[in-house]
Design a protein around this ligand. Structure first.
Ligand code: ZN
Ligand code: ZN
Length: 343
């Protein structure tokens, strides 16, 4: 008889996940089996469930890509991490290792990249398999529940900030203070930047101040003018974690001449276009770039910041059984910080 585990499974796009018993997966060559301690609930999980990105996620699917746990078994050919090691499983589940992007330190955009909880099963389950060479190792003593959001929200904002090319002491705007934004503020501060938070929700501006924003402005009531005045001409870089097109447009206006605006928020497909001033970009010699999750190096660096308590995600734990309710709440948008499934 095969041993079973409990997992939340999507059988068709648009359905709510169903909690059921499935076989514990067997780690293949190069893979390990991980007993899951915690799994963060990310907005991308909703897109995986709904099947609204092209190409859509596989079905049936176990979602979840902010996974922490311990290695409990090795597949063929695996020597490390040792059994019992605390590890993290992120969105980037694998890449080819030899294309032009992989060779150039951009495995995040490898055309053959695999994604946890999207092209393979993720962490809304008691066990998950993952490629051993794509795991983050988590230092002893770290809080595996608190740290779970670092596996996506953390690494994504951290790489975005690396792409911002700001220097310590410079102003870095964080537009959108949700699951990603409140973590971005902490990375920005830990990296020596001066975080300037922007949101439309007073409660989120309060959260921004609590986690280290030097300024927190309401996007409409204070507006771009307040940011330009506080920073003496605009932020040296701005990271956009919001999803409304207007937030991206405003972020470019909040960016100082010669500065970089980094887009990391992902809107619904139907709401994917922005309007920008060409003259503003030309005359200001501004840079706009996208940034997508993170490489294995970004991931390990992001985990190390959190393991040293320089970045502490605000979390609300949700019993594993209630994953579908957690997704409903995230859809509703009324979540400050990050929901994390625990056993
Ligand atoms: Zn590749
Ligand atoms: Zn995510």
């Amino acid at each position: 008889m095969t041993a079973t585990m409990r997992a939340h499974v999507i059988h068709a796009h648009g359905q709510r996940p169903r909690l059921q018993a499935v076989a514990i997966p067997t780690p293949g060559p190069g893979e390990v089996l991980i007993r899951v301690t915690a799994c963060g609930v990310c907005h991308s999980d909703i897109h995986a469930v709904d099947g609204d990105w092209a190409p859509p996620s596989i079905v049936p699917l176990i979602p979840g890509h902010e996974v922490t746990g311990h290695v409990v078994a090795h597949g063929p050919g695996v020597a490390a991490p040792a059994i019992g090691t605390a590890v993290g499983v992120a969105w980037l589940a694998g890449a080819c290792g030899h294309c032009e992007f992989c060779l150039n330190g951009m495995e995040t955009i490898c055309l053959a990249a695999e994604a946890t909880g999207y092209t393979r099963d993720g962490g809304y389950a008691e066990y998950v398999t993952a490629r051993a060479d794509f795991l983050a190792t988590i230092p002893d003593g770290a809080d595996l529940v608190r740290l779970a959001p670092v596996l996506c929200a953390g690494v994504t904002t951290y790489r975005g900030l690396k792409h911002a090319h700001a220097r310590p002491g410079q102003f870095v705007g964080i537009v959108g203070v949700g699951g990603l934004g409140h973590i971005a503020i902490q990375y920005a501060k830990a990296m020596g930047f001066r975080p300037v938070a922007v949101d439309v929700d007073p409660a989120k501006l309060e959260l921004a101040r609590r986690v280290g924003a030097e300024f927190a402005f309401h996007a409409v009531e204070d507006g771009t003018t307040a940011v330009l005045e506080a920073t003496g001409g605009g932020c040296h870089a701005v990271l956009v974690t919001a999803t409304a097109p207007r937030a991206f447009e405003q972020a470019v206006d909040m960016t100082r001449a010669a500065g970089t605006t980094v887009f990391i928020g992902i809107p619904p497909t139907a709401n994917d276009l922005v309007r920008l001033s060409i003259i503003g970009l030309v005359n200001g010699e501004k840079v706009i770039r996208g940034s997508n999750v993170g490489t294995r190096l970004d991931l390990q660096e992001a985990v190390d910041f959190a393991a040293r308590n320089l970045v502490v995600p605000e979390i609300e734990t949700v019993a594993f059984e209630n994953a579908a309710l957690a997704l409903d709440r995230l859809r509703g948008g009324a979540v400050a910080g990050r929901l994390v499934l625990t056993f």
